[in-house]
Write a protein that binds this ligand. Structure first.
Ligand SMILES: Cc1cc2nc3c(=O)[nH]c(=O)nc-3n(C[C@H](O)[C@H](O)[C@H](O)COP(=O)(O)OP(=O)(O)OC[C@H]3O[C@@H](n4cnc5c(N)ncnc54)[C@H](O)[C@@H]3O)c2cc1C
Ligand code: SF4
Length: 332
């Protein structure tokens, strides 16, 4: 592991100032924030991440979960995944978020992992994590061995000729369905970005995964209340029942009035290069009778543009069943 400097800071502006000198806020940047460290330190041990300096942000005053005037929540970037998942208001008003968080990693990891770090966790693509291989995400222009190689767990939506890596976060899938907003403090001031615009598709620049710029610090995630009468489910399908990433997952939020779906929000995990919201599935379902045939039609829409690789064609049917079953669970 490369030697690095370690700096602590307890002031938000100071943290931003310290890291804004970095080349880039993305992979390979030489100054990096560290929160729980459960992704970053792993990757540093593997020499996948090689920062010169880590700026420890754990003392920043960003560890609160506040309720907003409209009944939503404002989550500090340093709120631990366990605290968020087990918060009584989150459990009662945003169960899909709590379920998604509790389906991820292990209890020990959730105790360390933070809201900001979870949003920015890296792909589990085996080639990305092994510096013996080329990888366009790690070393732009070096190639993508996954396309011809071990791609069973990789993405079928949003892929490009440069990268087919899956975004592994469960929490982000629930936040997609909840249409969360990411609050960022950067050298130029504060800004808010809708989560659907926060993550970027790989295209020809898979090393650029989101809209963060040098020095940008995620300070909060804001979630508006779910409309009255909404029901939600997070369903995660994986190779083993716990401590495993999703092969396919679905976060659904549905409102049913007089037997018809009046509003639906549908997002998927384990299948996309970013947490994947399906506006097509939502449109197909809105106004339809809440029954299994229509849930399946919505799932078909969600996977219509799926592009499988040599070893992950099974994900298409798996994801369809995941979405339609989640809709059934949420409406019965
Ligand atoms: C064995 C294992 C199993 C796992 N299983 C799952 C799973 O099933 N589902 C799942 O969703 N996740 C899973 N995870 C991932 C885990 O959820 C993440 O590692 C964790 O959420 C990252 O949070 P952190 O605070 O530790 O991030 P860190 O490692 O501290 O940081 C991650 C990245 O975010 C940046 N960063 C952190 N905070 C901020 C901020 N506020 N502003 C700007 N940049 C910031 C850091 O610079 C770094 O680049 C697993 C992890 C492990 C090790
Ligand atoms: S899929 Fe992406 S992360 Fe995996 S080897 Fe290819 S470029 Fe790298």
């Amino acid at each position: 592991m490369k030697l690095f400097a370690f700096e602590k800071c307890s002031d938000i502006s100071d943290a931003v100032k310290k890291t804004s000198a970095s080349d880039t806020a993305q992979q390979g940047a030489n100054i990096r924030f560290v929160a729980g460290g459960t992704t970053l330190l792993d990757l540093m041990k593997l020499s996948v991440e090689t920062p010169d300096t880590l700026v420890d942000i754990n003392r920043l005053p960003l560890d609160k979960i506040e309720t907003t005037r409209d009944g939503g929540i404002k989550i500090g970037a340093l709120v631990r995944n366990s605290d968020l998942a087990n918060h009584p208001y989150v459990k009662s008003h945003f169960p899909v978020l709590s379920e998604a968080l509790l389906s991820g990693a292990s209890a020990q990891l959730r105790n360390m992992a933070t809201t900001g770090g979870n949003l920015l966790q890296k792909t589990r693509c085996v080639y990305f994590r092994d510096t013996a291989y080329p990888c366009n995400k790690r070393e732009p222009g070096s190639g993508c061995p996954a396309i011809e190689g071990d791609n069973r767990t990789l993405a079928i939506l949003g892929t490009s000729d440069s990268c087919i890596a899956t975004n592994p976060s469960d929490m982000s899938v629930a936040l997609m369905a909840l249409e969360a907003t990411i609050v960022i403090k950067g050298p130029g001031g504060d800004r808010e970005v809708a989560i659907n615009d926060f993550f970027l598709l790989p295209g020809s620049t898979p090393h650029i995964e989101n809209v963060l710029k040098p020095g940008d610090l995620i300070t909060h995630v804001v979630v508006k209340p779910m409309p009255a009468g909404s029901r939600s489910v997070y369903l995660k399908l994986r190779d083993r029942a716990s401590y495993e990433f999703a092969l396919a997952s679905a976060a659904v939020i549905v409102q049913v009035e007089n037997g018809k779906v009046s509003r639906a929000r549908i997002a998927m995990g384990g299948v996309g290069t970013k947490p994947w919201r399906s506006l097509e599935a939502e449109k197909a379902l809105s106004g339809s009778a809440a029954n299994e045939a229509n849930f399946r039609k919505a799932a078909e829409e969600a996977l219509r543009n799926a592009k499988p690789q040599s070893h992950n064609k099974f994900k298409i049917e798996l994801a369809k069943r995941c979405v339609s079953h989640a809709l059934k669970m949420a409406t019965t």
